[in-house]
Design a protein around this ligand. Structure first.
Ligand code: SF4
Ligand code: SF4
Length: 413
């Protein structure tokens, strides 16, 4: 696509990157067919090709409007279009650039600005969020149903393994997962311990930064990345192999650290090393197949009625990290029979803060996703990301678990 970027952006890092991305797009429209918001709304401007065109116009100097911003706001950043695109267009990087420019030219007002400010303040602060979640859990039963759906019951991390191993991996506790689903990292710690790997955490690490980036605060997201790198660096220097991510949303964002900090002379090299050594927990467990197989063979058979399982692959896992089939193979090896799930490439509508900021579209996506997940009459639903788990669990009576929790339970049987 031919571009003529305006003076205000042409010679900046963002401008050069946007130009390169725009030039790759041949406007074929293949991506439109797999875009969840286009499928719901049927408007070209609510699909990737239309959004790319809107961003191009703005970067070429056109004045954006609130309508421009709305079409960009409706994007889930799910990256389904990137999986489909034959030209390798890095759509979400262009979207981040476009959103930042549009936001600066059409500032938000009133309730929209206040809600985004609240989300940016509350979600990334794990202590503040944890205190609010504890309060919600204490009064959960008397909460109005829409709010109750967003508050999982109180749970624990389960027993911590006592053993130490020469092999160590650093886990990210994250911002919301410790208070909503503490058993996820608890289960990962126990499974990795059985495979001879010690999972450790850096207490000063916090939110990966995805929340702030998706709310158009790239500088704050860079600060989150720098703080985490500072927390992880001494552990990496003292022999930890790398990082293991139990939330695919965080993992997908941490892989962006090198890009986010490319112009930071103090952090660019460190960020590149972090990216090189970061793996999703499914990749770590799958790499230990030889050690896992005898442990699974020693497990009791799954009781009748518990075998059927539907797996919801988060967008961050399949489109962001491009991990497809790995979790499914691990669950099958653990004795589960995975039911067929139609349109498994489509987002469930959680998408970070999307369920709060775009509740109508989010609910429609959730309803479609649950219909697809329950079509095969599973006994439970498995996923790989805290946001999807909370979103799905809020609308179904079926148990929704992280797959590592299911594997941990199997290995304990
Ligand atoms: S599939 Fe790729 S090249 Fe084709 S319109 Fe979409 S982003 Fe552009
Ligand atoms: S990121 Fe998802 S919602 Fe956004 S344009 Fe691409 S496919 Fe559509």
């Amino acid at each position: 696509m031919e571009t003529h970027l305006a003076d205000f952006i042409r010679d900046t890092t963002a401008g050069r990157e946007a130009e390169e991305i725009l030039r790759r797009c041949v406007h074929c429209g293949f991506c439109t067919a797999t875009c969840p918001t286009y499928q719901l709304l049927g408007d070209e401007l609510d699909g990737p090709r239309g959004r790319i065109y809107l961003i191009k116009q703005v970067l070429e100097g056109a004045q954006p409007t609130e309508k421009t911003r709305l079409h960009l706001d409706r994007c889930l950043s799910c990256r389904s279009c990137e999986s489909t695109c034959p030209s390798g267009v890095q759509y979400t990087r262009l979207l981040d650039i476009g959103r930042a420019v549009v936001e600066s030219k059409v500032p938000r007002k009133g309730g929209d600005a206040a809600m985004r400010g609240l989300l940016k303040t509350l979600l990334p602060r794990s202590r503040l969020f944890g205190a609010a979640m504890k309060l919600g859990q204490a009064v959960r039963l008397v909460l109005p149903p829409p709010l109750r759906a967003k508050v999982p019951p109180l749970s624990s991390a389960g027993p911590a393994p006592r053993g130490a191993h020469a092999r160590r991996l650093i886990a990210l506790a994250g911002c919301v997962q410790p208070s909503m689903y503490p058993n996820v990292n608890g289960a990962a710690r126990r499974v990795l311990d059985r495979l001879g790997i010690q999972m450790i955490e850096a207490p000063r690490a916090g939110c990966c930064g995805a929340v702030r980036l998706h709310l158009n605060d790239a500088e704050a997201a860079r600060d989150d990345a720098r703080r985490n790198i500072d927390a992880w660096w001494p552990l990496l220097e003292s022999g930890a192999e790398g990082l293991v991510m139990t939330a695919s949303g965080c993992g997908s964002h941490v892989l962006e650290y090198a890009h986010l900090l490319q112009d930071d002379p103090d952090y660019a090299v460190k960020a590149a090393r972090v990216v090189l050594t970061t793996r999703d927990v499914s990749e770590v467990v799958a790499a230990e197949a030889a050690g896992l197989a005898p442990l699974l063979q020693a497990c009791a058979a799954l009781p009748e009625g518990e075998r059927e399982l539907a797996f919801h692959s988060p967008c961050s896992l399949q489109h962001g990290l491009k991990i497809r089939g790995t979790v499914e193979s691990l669950l099958a090896a653990a004795g589960y029979a995975l039911t067929a799930v139609a349109d498994s490439h489509l987002c469930c509508g959680s998408a970070g803060t999307y369920s709060v900021l775009q509740p109508v579209l989010s609910k429609r996506l959730l309803s479609n996703k649950l219909a697809a997940l329950t079509a095969g009459a599973p006994a439970a639903i498995a996923s790989a990301n805290v946001g999807c788990m909370a979103h799905l669990q809020g609308a179904t009576a079926l148990p929704v678990k992280h797959w590592i929790e299911l594997l941990d339970a199997r290995l304990s049987s």
